[in-house]
Design a protein around this ligand. Sequence first.
Ligand code: PLP
Length: 369
Amino acid sequence: MNYTDLPTPAFLVDRSRVQQNCDRMRAKAQRSNVAFRPHVKTHKTVEIAKMQHGGAIGPVTVSTIAEAEFLASAGFSDITYAVPIAPQHLGRAAELGARLDRLNVLIDSETALDAMEARHLADGATFDVFLKIDCGYHRAGVDPKRTESFALARRMAASCAVRFRGLLTHAGHSYNATNIDDVIRIAAEEVSAVSGFWRKLELGGITGLIRSVGSTPTASVVERFDGCDEVRPGNYVFYDAFQQAMGSCRSDEVAVSVLATVIGSYPERKQAIVDAGALALSKDAGAIQLDARCGYGTVCSLDLEPLPMRLVALSQEHGKVECTGAVPPVGTRLRIMPNHSCLTAAMFDRYHVIDGDEVTDEWRPARGW
Ligand code: PLP
């Protein structure tokens, strides 16, 4: 089937672009001699998780236990759940961990360690654990400069409930950068935050820890990965309009688009309405630090040429497009490059895989938590 015959809105995944993005990042990790544990949160599919490892099963990072369970049932056996674990999920994590070669979980508080120790006392469960380090994003993680962080690490190293595996950080603040030099600086901070703390722990006798880093902007702009043991980028499989605006990728590396249909045409007010609203595109604002008028995605022709149109508003099922040139008539098909492919992909329960103009496959992502 030609993709233009699909009912809209439809999430299109260009297989050869995904393949190229996967191959390039994997090759960079191999060249740098670091372990590759790509994140799967962007796509949440078995098919792309395998593409990230050159067609094989390999170590992965997930953002929900549902993703971990989904990939485990497809044979993935070495998984890091890279969100601080809620105490009520410890039972589910212990159950899954017992079926896998390795399930690493993440903590950044004494309270989370208390919960693991209580669980260990109750039923003997033990956990493979990374300590989350804040490298400047200020979302989750301990401040590596604080003495309390060192004390928590010491407690983890001594605890019977956990096997202390490593230090993990994510430079999410790279998404606020305004130019490549900023991203390169943040990439260096990401590595130095984790490596500095790692050295302090080594001097304190806590050795053998893995230093795990990764975000798509930082991983895309550095020539090679230095000063770490493992990298975990995720968004790079698809990229998106945000990454393109920041310079993490070129427009011809963006592997996904939402196929939409014009359902309203209003030349008198220079506007059109498409059938892709917030429930198809998500409502991510995009790289507004670079272009406050970027809108909710890049409106393109079917051959992915950006059009003189701006997606200015989204309601649940409507997208409002302002047109500088001709207003397209009802029935026109457009492709919208999403601002944030992770969130847009999560709106769809199936992806239409295209090779050229042909729909050659349909992939189903994991859903829920
Ligand atoms: N690691 C962690 C802990 C994350 O939260 C994320 C993304 O949110 C990643 C890695 C991957 O980052 P990106 O999506 O920028 O590749």
